[in-house]
Design a protein around this ligand. Structure first.
Ligand SMILES: [Zn+2]
Ligand SMILES: [Zn+2]
Length: 155
């Protein structure tokens, strides 16, 4: 997806061009992600922030809208394991994520070799990629240091 303008009218136009209805909930979610570019958020977080802005929308609508936006290519989904995902604006640039399973920190990386392999693998299985993102799960250096603080050396 090319970068979108942050005006709600343009957001609505873009949604309609992609074949979506452009409901108030779709506009609210996409608008929120556009204003917070480079952020990675859970559906609950997106729902909470939008509700705090005065928009009336329930959590199941937020989930439904997010999957519509992923399907239409506006939003990318970062899998976090069982029943849990983070969402971000799909910048169109393939990138992957390193996710700390302890503190939830997300770092981005991009590797052209992985990108090429990903496309080749999807093609082999006849899969049309809509998520565009992979995640490596692990324990970040900070959390690892907290769990196993370096011991003072015995003399
Ligand atoms: Zn961590
Ligand atoms: Zn990302």
């Amino acid at each position: 997806m090319p970068p979108l303008s942050t005006s709600p009218t343009r957001t609505l136009d873009a949604l309609k061009r992609a074949g979506l209805l452009g409901t108030a909930a779709q506009v609210a979610v996409l608008d929120y992600l556009q204003r917070t570019e480079h952020g990675h958020f859970s559906a609950e977080e997106i729902h909470r922030r939008i509700a705090a802005g005065g928009e009336r929308m329930n959590l199941s609508t937020t989930y439904r809208v997010l999957s519509q936006l992923v399907e239409a290519g506006f939003v990318a989904n970062v899998p976090l394991g069982k029943h849990h995902s983070l969402y971000e604006l799909d910048s169109g640039k393939a990138h992957d994520h390193l996710v700390c399973v302890v503190c939830g920190r997300v770092e981005e990386f991009s590797d052209p070799k992985i990108n090429r392999r990903r496309i080749a693998i999807a093609k082999k299985f006849g899969l049309r990629i809509v998520g565009k993102t992979l995640a490596l799960h692990g324990v970040c250096a900070d959390c690892a240091a907290r769990a196993h603080p370096p011991r003072p050396r015995a003399k």
